[in-house]
Design a protein around this ligand. Structure first.
Ligand code: COA
Length: 279
């Protein structure tokens, strides 16, 4: 039995998508990002060959705070338990060392004991737990939002970052990518057109999609005028004709969870865990 991990090629696409479809039948997005991820200069989209057949995929991403984000690890079920996941982690850790990256993170569902156990085996430990809320819009008109939200430039967003970080907490989530909040992250997001503020009330919202923009928007942070920021996010999602708005918050932030629930957010059945390793 031989296992080798190597960069994904264009011609591995079908096999990689097949691994994703079979490993996580209810969560498929690799097709939308496959080419972009292959071309990312800092990251690495990898596949595993088992006995010369491509049977697994995984991605090493460098996020704006300079840490590594391990994502989309999928091993075809008929080849699970053979050491392929471990081979990916070995490669991820080698890449981090090569790039002088000292913090690595990944996420998994609270019930995914294999994924958590695999991360723990390589020295990752629990950093935080998150609860997700969906606001289905069903193309129904939403109430008009108050205020006049405008884009912030990266410089403006960077200035607001420390206060935002204090109000919101240490992580912000977009497309289930769990970012450590930082000045770099806020200016990166502003550069992508995700950071909005209403100067009159001071309300701030980070709203966007890292990928799959047609599937809905993600409200990654909002503060301190919660009602106004959420109303703006819902209205924007509706105006773009998108099906839903999604927001993940730290499970320990009961105040924010209550607010989202009272506003009509539907809580996910299972929370997510972020695991972290520092070298
Ligand atoms: C999670 C996944 C990537 C693991 O890949 P794999 O190739 O099956 O894993 P490996 O055989 O390399 O490693 C298995 C390791 O996981 C850990 N593990 C497995 N089952 C476990 C369990 N029930 N409890 C705790 N740890 C467990 C162990 O550390 C084990 O290594 P060991 O047997 O030497 O102790 C794979 O099962 C998968 O694709 N699952 C579906 C998608 C998924 O959950 N992706 C993860 C991110 S959400």
């Amino acid at each position: 039995m031989s296992i080798s991990i190597r960069p994904a090629k264009a011609e591995d696409r079908a096999a990689a998508l097949e691994a994703e479809k079979k490993a996580t039948p209810r969560l498929s997005y690799l097709g939308a990002v496959y080419d972009d991820w292959r071309e990312e200069p800092e990251g690495a989209l990898l596949v595993a060959e088992h006995d010369k057949e491509v049977v697994a995929v995984g991605k090493f991403t460098v996020v704006p705070d300079g840490s590594a984000w391990l994502e989309a690890l999928r091993v075809r079920p008929d080849r699970q338990g053979l050491g392929i996941g471990k081979a990916f982690y070995e490669r991820f850790l080698a890449l981090a060392e090569e790039k002088k990256i000292h913090t690595l993170r990944m996420y998994t569902g609270v019930k995914n004991e294999t994924s958590r156990g695999l991360a723990e085996r390589f020295g990752f430990s629990l950093a935080a737990q998150f609860s997700g809320f969906t606001f289905p819009l069903d193309k129904k008109p939403v109430e008009e939002a108050e205020g006049n939200f405008v884009f912030l430039t990266p410089k403006e967003a960077a200035k607001k970052a420390p206060k935002m970080q204090k109000n919101w907490g240490p992580y912000a989530v977009m497309n289930r990518t769990f970012y450590k909040t930082s000045v770099e992250l806020m200016s990166d997001w502003a550069g992508r057109g995700f950071v909005y503020a209403d100067e009159k009330t001071g309300a701030l919202a980070v709203l966007g999609a890292r990928f799959l923009p047609a599937a809905g928007l993600h409200l990654a942070m909002f503060s301190p005028e919660n009602e106004k920021a959420l109303a703006f996010a819902r209205q924007t999602t509706y105006q773009r004709g998108l099906p839903s708005l999604y927001c993940m918050v730290l499970t320990c932030r009961q105040d924010v969870k209550d607010f989202l629930q009272e506003a009509g957010g539907l809580q996910d059945f299972a929370d997510c865990l972020v695991m972290e390793k520092n070298t």
